[in-house]
Design a protein. Structure first.
Length: 526
């Protein structure tokens, strides 16, 4: 959502934002924007590609430094230079991708070139395999600074650059494909590039399948099953990543239309980055499953919630990073949009306040560990088993099998009673004996109960039984002790066993349990 709003803010002029009443907001200085996008090297190259794709050589000439040409000849000479540049680029020249170019109006200062020069590509030199740099220079005009292709680079474009060497592969394709233009490039060139990318993927995928087969054959001898599973999960994203790298390295100087090559290079770069991120995604899952398995084996359940939180946090960070970088590779500069949010950024920050509170709350839950996944807890007025501790909320499965979702920001304000963290279970029944029992009989019963408590090995040391007092209809004996087990089911079974044993001892001592009773007397009048 932040990325989308950043893009919207970049597209909306700063004057479109409301300044408030009374004119309290300070006016922002207006920055002149070149209609051809020549304010930065990245914008200049993108605009040039658009003009070449439309075969609008008059517009393409606006990206050339024609200061050495007389005003009356600039239009014709500019169109000629555009035709020559297009032919040179189609013949194996290159233009740098948007991610490689600076979006700053001042360009790069770390490229070992003068501050007013920027390398934007390369041109074939004299028909040989060598290349000559394609340079853009910074020019100051009345309406601001713009970048133009240097006059020296234009001078290197000889008339022989028009046309090119015969291409055996293209010549085998039907003429209709070579004459049909799609998005400013011949359909034949699109087919050649797409077929190359598909071929690279198939070759790399077959190679990875062969390597996986060999690994599966040796896994019985070396116990490599776990590594085989990880390689099998990573085979597809790695194949996608490596095949796109091969495509970029091979087609960078391929003699096909520069428009098609430039566009598909952008897409291939984004796909390569997404493939690598996909591999990291699966690597996170594989490592998390490996650690979880070791925790399960060693019964270290304490850190399970931390592992789940870290896995999800890493995935969220990966998604954000991949989204930003993929858009950057495609030539969409979101940093300017995010920086230009201004008041919109403040609104987003206020709107995301609850989300931030929930994230901070989830970190507190993971660090303090008042509860863990699988614990049976009472949170506020909700009782159930913790199913999941997420970045935003915690989910509880109640005894009625309903699911309750509690925002993590609220957990710090609620009382949390964790039943699963008990180290022992309370055993404190009150025995109510019949009032017909005399003192000696009561003493026999107390001795019998105390022997039963002492013989119960599962009771924590210090269990006792005492005559508590006279009830409304009974003699009350208080029993107090701790069943020294952690499992709730086992504790319930041991409690039942001990209660039955106490009943046997009470009956063996000649006593009986009291039953609530009332005596109703009816007086008859004579």
């Amino acid at each position: 959502m932040v990325i989308i709003l950043g893009l919207m803010s970049a597209l909306i002029p700063s004057t479109a934002w409301p300044q408030g009443k009374g004119g309290n907001a300070e006016p922002r200085p207006e920055v002149a924007t070149d209609i051809y996008g020549r304010s930065s090297p990245r914008g200049m190259v993108s605009g040039l590609i658009d003009a070449l794709a439309a075969q609008d050589y008059a517009r393409a000439s606006q990206y050339f430094d024609l200061s050495h040409v007389g005003p009356s000849r600039r239009e014709a000479r500019g169109a000629e230079y555009a035709t020559r540049l297009k032919a040179a680029l189609d013949r194996g020249g290159t233009l740098m991708q948007p991610v490689e170019l600076s979006s700053d109006p001042s360009g790069r200062i770390d490229d070992q070139l003068p501050p007013d020069e920027e390398r934007i590509g390369a041109l074939p030199a004299d028909g040989s395999a060598a290349t000559a740099p394609l340079i853009a220079t910074l020019h100051v005009q009345d309406d601001g600074k713009i970048w133009l292709i240097a006059a020296e680079s234009l001078a290197a474009l000889a008339p022989a650059d028009i046309g090119g060497k015969p291409d055996a592969l293209r010549d085998k394709l039907p003429n209709v494909l070579k004459k049909t233009a799609v998005a400013g490039a011949p359909l034949a060139d699109w087919i050649i590039l797409l077929a190359s990318g598909l071929l690279f993927y198939v070759v790399v995928r077959l190679a990875s399948s062969l390597a996986l087969t060999l690994l599966c054959r040796i896994q019985d001898r070396q116990g490599a099953k776990r590594w085989g599973d990880m390689f099998r999960a990573a085979a597809t994203p790695l194949s996608l990543f490596l095949s796109m790298l091969l495509f970029l390295g091979t087609t960078r100087t391929m003699e096909v239309d520069i428009v098609a090559r430039q566009l598909l290079s952008r897409v291939a770069g984004a796909i390569a980055f997404i493939g690598f991120a996909w591999f990291l995604w699966r690597l996170i899952d594989a490592v998390a499953d490996l650690i979880a398995g070791r925790m399960e084996h060693s019964q270290r359940y304490r850190a399970r919630s931390i592992l789940v939180f870290m896995r999800r946090a890493l995935k969220v960070l990966l998604i954000v990073f991949v989204s930003v970088q993929a858009l950057n590779i495609l030539g969409i500069d979101i940093t300017t949009g995010i920086a230009a949010l201004g008041l919109g950024g403040l609104a987003i920050a206020l709107g995301a306040q609850k989300t931030v509170e929930n994230v901070v709350g989830s970190i507190s839950v993971v660090v303090d560990e008042p509860l863990r996944i699988g614990d049976f807890c009472k949170i506020g007025d909700v009782t159930g088993t913790v199913e999941d501790i997420g970045i935003h909320s915690t989910r509880i499965r109640t005894n009625e099998r309903t699911r309750v979702t509690i925002p993590n920001s609220n957990l710090s304000a609620l009382s949390i009673e964790n039943f699963s963290s008990r180290d022992r279970y309370l055993f404190a029944p009150t025995l109510r004996l019949s009032t017909g029992l005399d003192v000696s009989g009561l003493e026999r019963v107390l001795d019998a109960i105390r022997r039963a408590l002492k013989e119960a090995e599962y009771l924590f040391e210090g269990a006792r039984a005492n005559f508590k007092g006279f009830g409304e209809y009974s003699l009350d004996i208080e029993v107090f002790g701790w069943i020294d087990v952690r499992d709730a089911t086992q504790a319930i079974n041991l409690q039942e066993k001990l209660l039955l044993e106490i009943m046997r001892r009470v009956e063996g001592a000649g006593a009986s349990f009291a039953v609530p009773s009332r005596v109703l007397r009816i007086l008859e009048e004579v």
